[in-house]
Write a protein that binds this ligand. Structure first.
Ligand SMILES: [Cu+2]
Length: 457
């Protein structure tokens, strides 16, 4: 992409944000509209608002602050706000949430405002922020603002900085955000954290970071221990069988899209029991920020795997120079799997000591009992059963393209979903035409392309 062309996109994004900032009425309209900024709808249009739409959070108010490009958190909505004078007022409700983490698995977790992780709060450095917090959980809780330099009374630690917020009660947090960066809110109770109680708190800088980015995405890393036939995570577990980005396992995660030639920022936050090495295929990135804010450019160096430790945020940026669906995933092998035990239920399945056709037929029988249509696997050798160690990954693949189809998956190769499991998603770097096609599909609500393909293929 030419420099001029890129500048056009950047200006368009900034202009969009700026326009909405011109009047409160416009801002309110955009919240009510079907597109950007609505907590209920924005997860189905995660990319569109970056280039084409303004965003209520994108408003810069006074004191020479730059309008900002909101982040997009696939599969998690934004938290809307209202202005009370110069104060941004959010309402956050802690409550139990049913979260469909895969087409065949829904778990009972706790989150905020119907979402787990909770909706993303986006503010700007310098903002005065008020959060009306309601506790709809069956036990006491509180909200901690991870990384924010705010008065001790706002720190959200039960008995230390405040009394716990009992069930049914409301508590008001209010503070001024003088920092910029990638922060998060969470319950300050270990098991509630492991039950899902976390959300993004993004403080956009007063002055835009340079170089500017065209896309800004956020992922929250979580892990769950859910026994077969169960829906409630074991929050005391030390081993995990479900790994999620933004509360969804691959391939159900909505892929991120980026225009070829754009600059992409990815913010990753980890809450859980494990540290996750997050790897990007086919590109090098630089780490431009941590949970403490923006890192000076002199500290940037090329890498393609960033270790995101527990309680850390890591922000990376790269130039999207190479077209293709580039994988983004945790590289711990056990975090690149989904639990198949839920498919087996009370049945035993044998994959060894039988023919390829028989194993496939068994997989197909299983597939008919769950809401996805196809199960594929890659070819195996004639003498596979005679080889010690077989099978390893031979029967792990579970293609479910149709079950997870959405505009962002449009145009991916057949059976793309077969190898996508656990903490795994992709950034699709798309030439203009393909990029526009997906943006148009997102706007129109057109279904993703459905295509049939035989097992024999
Ligand atoms: Cu991991």
């Amino acid at each position: 992409m030419s420099g001029t062309r890129r500048k056009f996109f950047q200006d368009a994004a900034i202009l969009g944000a700026g326009l909405f900032g011109m009047s409160k009425t416009l801002s309110a309209q955009s919240r009510e509209g079907a597109g950007a900024g609505s907590a209920r709808t924005n997860h189905s249009h995660p990319g569109g608002k970056q280039e084409a739409h303004g965003h209520p959070a994108g408003r810069a108010s006074g004191r020479g602050r730059d309008p900002f490009l909101p982040i997009v958190t696939p599969d998690i909505p934004d938290l809307p706000y209202e202005m009370d004078g110069a104060v941004k007022v959010f309402k956050l409700v802690a409550e139990p949430v049913e979260r469909k983490i895969a087409p065949f698995k829904t778990i009972d977790v706790w989150g905020y405002n119907g979402s787990c992780p909770g909706p993303a709060i986006q503010v700007q450095q310098g903002d005065r922020v008020r959060v009306r917090f309601e506790n709809h959980l069956p036990e006491s809780t509180s909200l901690h603002w991870h990384g924010l330099e705010i008065p001790i009374e706002q720190d959200g630690v039960p008995w230390i900085s405040q009394k716990p917020v009992p069930p049914g009660a409301t508590y008001v947090y209010e503070f001024t955000v003088h920092q910029e960066g990638t922060f998060f809110y969470h319950a300050h109770s270990a098991m509630q954290e492991m039950m899902g109680q976390i959300g993004f708190f993004i403080a956009h800088p007063e002055k835009l970071y340079r170089p500017r980015v065209d896309h800004d995405y956020g992922l929250i890393l979580q892990e769950w221990a859910v026994l077969p036939n169960n829906t409630v995570p074991n929050t005391a577990a030390m081993e995990y069988n479900w790994l999620t980005f933004n509360g969804v396992s691959g391939p159900a995660i909505t892929p991120m899209i980026a225009r070829l030639g754009s600059r992409v920022r990815l913010r990753i936050v980890n809450i859980g029991m494990d540290h996750h090495p997050i790897h990007l295929h086919g590109n090098q990135f630089v780490m431009t920020g941590t949970e403490g804010g923006r890192a000076p450019e002199t500290t940037w160096y090329p890498m393609n795997t960033v270790l995101v430790g527990v309680a850390q945020a890591r922000v990376v940026e790269f130039e999207a120079k190479y077209p293709g669906p580039w994988m983004v995933h945790c590289h711990l092998p056990h975090h690149m799997m989904n639990s198949m035990m839920d498919l087996l239920r009370d049945r035993a399945m044998q994959t060894a000591d039988q023919t390829d056709a028989k194993a496939l037929s068994q997989m197909e029988t299983l597939a008919k009992s769950v809401p996805f249509e196809h199960v594929h696997h890659s070819p195996i050798a004639e003498n596979a059963n005679g080889v010690k160690g077989f099978p390893q990954d031979a029967f792990m693949e579970m293609g479910m393209d149709k079950a997870v189809a959405k505009p962002e998956t449009y145009g991916l190769p057949d059976n793309w979903s077969a190898g996508m499991m656990g903490m795994m998603t992709m950034i699709r770097v798309l030439p203009d035409k393909e990029y526009e096609e997906i943006v148009a599909r997102k706007k129109s609500g057109a279904p993703a392309e459905k295509h049939e393909h035989p097992h024999a293929s």
